[in-house]
Design a protein around this ligand. Structure first.
Ligand SMILES: Nc1ncnc2c1ncn2[C@@H]1O[C@H](COP(=O)(O)OS(=O)(=O)O)[C@@H](OP(=O)(O)O)[C@H]1O
Length: 354
C-alpha cells in the first residue's frame, strides 16, 4: 500500500452560507483519518463570533501535540492573530459564493438572530407584505444599526467574515484586499465547487476519494425566496463590497485554474465527480430528508425561519462502511462535538451566560 506524508497544516476560514459546512465536513473527515490536531474554539462551535478573532479564543493544545494542524470553525478573521495560532507553513483557504445567493441565504437563515432582519420581518408581518427580504431591501438603512454588533451579517457578510470593514468603502480596502490575496493560497468559489476542490486537493495532496462530499446545510426549496429583477438590483447595491470581493477572487480563481491547466482541471473534476457519485451511491439511502424524519445523530441544526434538510444513510452497511457514511452526512455540530471529545476527552464547554 502507498504511504504518503500528512497534509500540511490548514486554516479554512469558514464563511457564512457559502457551502462552508460541506468543506468543513471534508476537513473534519481528513483530520480525523490523519489523526490531526484541531484548533477548536474554547467555547462552543465558533470563535466568539462576531468578535474579531483573537488567539486566546482557541482552546489549548492537547497533551502530546506540538502544533495545531487544522482550523475550520466560524470566525471573523484577524490574520495577524490567526497566524499566532497556526504553524508557519499553514495553507490558508476560504470559500466565497455569489453575493446575491449568499445574502438571500443569510437573510432567511438568520431572520430571527440578526436584529436588522428581525425588524424588517416585523414590518413585513404587520404590513402583510410579500417577503421580509423585499421589505428589508426597500429601505435597509432604516432597519440597520451599524453599531449593533449582531448586525455584522446584515451587509456584505462575506467581507465581514474576512475581517474587512464591511459597512462602506474604506480607503484601506485595496491594501487589505491585497493582504488577503497574498495570505490565501486558495479562495474557492461555490459556483465552481468541484473545480475548487480539485485545486484544494492539489494543495493538500489529496486523492479524489478524499474529496468526495454531499451538499450539507441545504435549505428546503420552499424556503428560498425567488429574486425578482428589482430585488437583485437592490441586493447588488446593498452588498456592493461583497460583489467587489467576489469578482476579484473569481478572477484570481480562474488565474489559478489556468496555471493548473484547464484540460487537467476538467479531467480531474470528472474523476472527483465519479468518486463522489460512487460514495453517494454506497452511503445515501435518501437525500433532501426533512428534519422530522432524521435521527438525532444526522439531523442538522434548524432555525425557526428555515428548514434544513439532511440525509438518511443506507442500512445494509458493514460497521466500517457505516462509520464512513455517517461521517459523510454528519452535520457540523455533531461532528464538531465528536472530534472535540476525541481530542480532549471531555465535552465542549458552552458559552457562559453572564
Ligand atoms: N457543494 C456546494 N456547492 C454550493 N453550495 C452548497 C454546497 N454545499 C452546500 N451548499 C449551500 O450552502 C449553503 C449553506 O452554507 P454554509 O454551510 O456555509 O452555512 S453556515 O454558515 O455554516 O450555516 C446552503 O445554501 P442555501 O440552500 O441557499 O441556504 C447550501 O445549499
Amino acid at each position: 500500500m502507498r504511504t504518503r506524508r500528512s497534509p500540511p497544516p490548514v486554516a479554512f476560514l469558514k464563511t457564512h452560507k457559502t457551502g462552508s459546512s460541506t468543506v468543513q465536513n471534508l476537513m473534519f473527515r481528513l483530520g480525523e483519518k490523519e489523526n490531526l490536531t484541531f484548533a477548536f474554539p474554547y467555547y462552543a462551535y465558533q470563535f466568539s463570533y462576531p468578535d474579531r478573532f483573537r488567539a486566546d479564543f482557541v482552546d489549548e493544545l492537547p497533551p502530546g501535540s506540538s502544533q495545531f494542524d487544522m482550523l475550520c470553525s466560524h470566525m471573523r478573521l484577524d490574520l495577524g492573530q490567526l497566524k499566532q495560532v497556526m504553524p508557519r507553513n499553514t495553507i490558508y483557504i476560504t470559500l466565497l459564493r455569489d453575493p446575491l445567493q449568499t445574502f438571500e441565504s443569510v437573510f432567511s437563515y438568520y431572520t430571527s438572530t440578526v436584529p436588522a432582519f428581525t425588524l424588517a420581518k416585523k414590518a413585513a408581518d404587520t404590513a402583510n407584505r410579500k417577503s421580509a427580504l423585499s421589505v428589508f431591501l426597500e429601505s435597509p438603512e432604516s432597519y440597520w444599526d451599524p453599531t449593533e454588533p449582531g448586525n455584522g451579517l446584515a451587509r456584505n457578510p462575506m467581507s465581514f467574515d474576512l475581517g474587512l470593514s464591511s459597512q462602506e468603502w474604506n480607503a484601506s480596502w485595496p491594501m487589505e484586499l491585497t493582504q488577503l490575496e497574498e495570505a490565501f493560497q486558495l479562495v474557492m468559489i461555490a459556483e465552481h465547487f468541484d473545480e475548487s476542490l480539485v485545486l484544494l486537493g492539489a494543495l493538500l495532496q489529496l486523492e479524489p476519494e478524499e474529496l468526495a462530499y454531499v451538499h450539507l446545510n441545504v435549505r428546503a426549496p420552499s424556503d428560498i425566496t425567488p429574486l425578482e429583477e428589482d430585488t437583485k438590483a437592490r441586493l447588488w447595491a446593498w452588498n456592493s463590497l461583497d460583489v467587489l470581493l467576489y469578482n476579484l477572487f473569481l478572477q484570481v480563481f480562474w488565474e489559478k485554474a489556468e496555471q493548473y491547466g484547464l484540460g487537467r482541471l476538467k479531467r480531474e473534476v470528472a474523476l472527483l465527480r465519479a468518486s463522489t457519485q460512487r460514495l453517494r451511491q454506497k452511503c445515501v439511502a435518501r437525500e433532501g430528508v426533512p428534519p422530522g424524519e432524521l435521527e438525532d445523530l444526522v439531523r442538522p441544526w434548524q432555525t425557526d425561519t428555515v428548514t434544513i434538510l439532511g440525509y438518511e444513510v443506507r442500512g445494509n452497511l458493514t460497521l466500517q462502511e457505516e462509520g464512513l457514511c455517517v461521517r459523510l452526512v454528519l452535520p457540523e455540530l455533531q461532528y464538531h462535538s465528536h472530534l472535540y471529545f476525541q481530542q480532549y476527552g471531555h465535552d465542549m464547554r458552552s458559552i457562559p451566560t453572564d
